[in-house]
Design a protein around this ligand. Structure first.
Ligand code: ZN
Length: 352
């Protein structure tokens, strides 16, 4: 209902010329829109996690709009400098992709190249060395593939009782159980992968096929290098995609991540993105100590000259976003109308 009201309002505003007016305004020129993307589906990932994934055709539609309507797509570092110096061109946008997944390499990277658009890839690095599916994600994805079922006994994967896969909270409970037992036993990456393979057997899913098709994997070293060689900006997202509450561990995540990226690209990354969009006030001085120049969140908004450099807002685009909603954000209308800006700071499973 709310969504319908929103779309009707946006359509009326677009027809009234408001989108065009605002896109060309001095107000918009003083602001930068940082777009945030995660995955671009290889197969059906956007049906599993529409908040994280997008169909490649939809991404193409966005890029086409930016080109057709004359948006200035700038590299993030340059865009932030020009935001401070108040020298941004009209309709400025920076494009960012979180995680550095294989699907980025396969789907988004060639499309961005063909449009000549620069982008920043916030690369988490633990999985770049091992070419395995990301454990928690692939477990969740496989359970979703069997979403109508109740599995009588979870003993094969070390879980007590039956597994109810009919609802998102039910599936989430299984994933939590698997992560907790893997953490308790301090399993290595390959051992976690064996556990995922056992889950696949229990669900009668072809795990070897998922691995061959590189679903839910990160880019490997060669692919990250290829992206960097093509002028794309590879930046910080923590080594293990986590932000520990203890300073020493938090800073080690940045240091390990930076060392891996430096080794792969020969560049010194200074831009950071909070994994899961989770940020706390104590993180800011730790990031400054690590000489991090900017940090982006998943909180909605356009960045201004006054924005805190370590809490920059972005527009999170995904499968659930209608084209007109995207257009409202690039023109600036979305920022004026936004009624909810802060991203959720914990994972809340939906009921379906
Ligand atoms: Zn991430």
């Amino acid at each position: 209902m709310l969504k319908t009201v929103k779309l009707v309002t946006l359509r009326a505003l677009r027809e009234s010329g408001m989108f065009h007016l605002l896109a060309n305004s001095r107000w918009r020129q003083q602001r930068l829109l940082i777009l945030c993307y995660h995955g671009t589906s290889l197969e059906d990932e956007h049906l599993w996690r529409p908040g994280l994934y997008m169909q490649p055709q939809k991404l193409e539609q966005r890029l086409e709009f930016l080109k057709k309507d004359g948006y200035s797509v700038l590299p993030l570092g340059e865009a932030l400098q020009r935001l401070r110096a108040e020298t941004l061109p009209r309709r400025s946008v920076a494009i960012t992709f979180d995680d550095g997944s294989y699907d980025f390499y396969q789907q988004a990277f060639p499309r961005l190249k063909s449009y000549g658009f620069p982008a920043t890839v916030y690369q988490t690095t633990y999985y770049t060395a091992c070419e395995l599916p990301i454990f928690n994600l692939v477990c969740s994805y496989m359970l979703w593939k069997r979403r109508g079922q109740v599995i009588a006994n979870g003993v094969d994967i070390g879980l007590q009782g039956s597994l109810d896969l009919r609802t998102e909270p039910g599936r989430h409970k299984v994933v939590r159980g698997l992560i907790e037992s893997a953490d308790a036993e301090d399993l290595t990456g390959p051992e976690r992968d064996d556990l995922a393979a056992r889950l696949a057997r229990l669900l009668t899913i072809d795990y070897a096929g998922i691995k061959t098709r590189r679903i839910l994997q990160l880019m490997n070293a060669r692919e990250v290098q290829d992206v960097a060689r093509n002028g794309f900006d590879v930046q910080l997202h923590t080594h293990r995609h986590r932000t520990p509450g203890e300073e020493r561990l938090f800073r080690r995540e940045i240091q390990d991540n930076r060392a891996h990226i430096r080794e792969l690209t020969a560049n010194q990354p200074v831009h950071f993105c909070y994994p899961g969009g989770i940020h706390r006030p104590e993180f800011l001085p730790w990031l400054r100590e690590e000489h991090v120049a900017s940090a982006t969140t998943c909180d909605a908004g356009l960045a201004t000259r006054e924005s805190e450099s370590l809490l920059l807002p972005r527009f999170v685009d995904n499968q659930n976003r209608a084209q007109i909603e995207f257009e409202s954000w690039v023109t600036g209308v979305g920022d004026l109308l936004a009624f909810r800006r802060a991203a959720p700071q914990v994972y809340v499973p939906s009921r379906s």
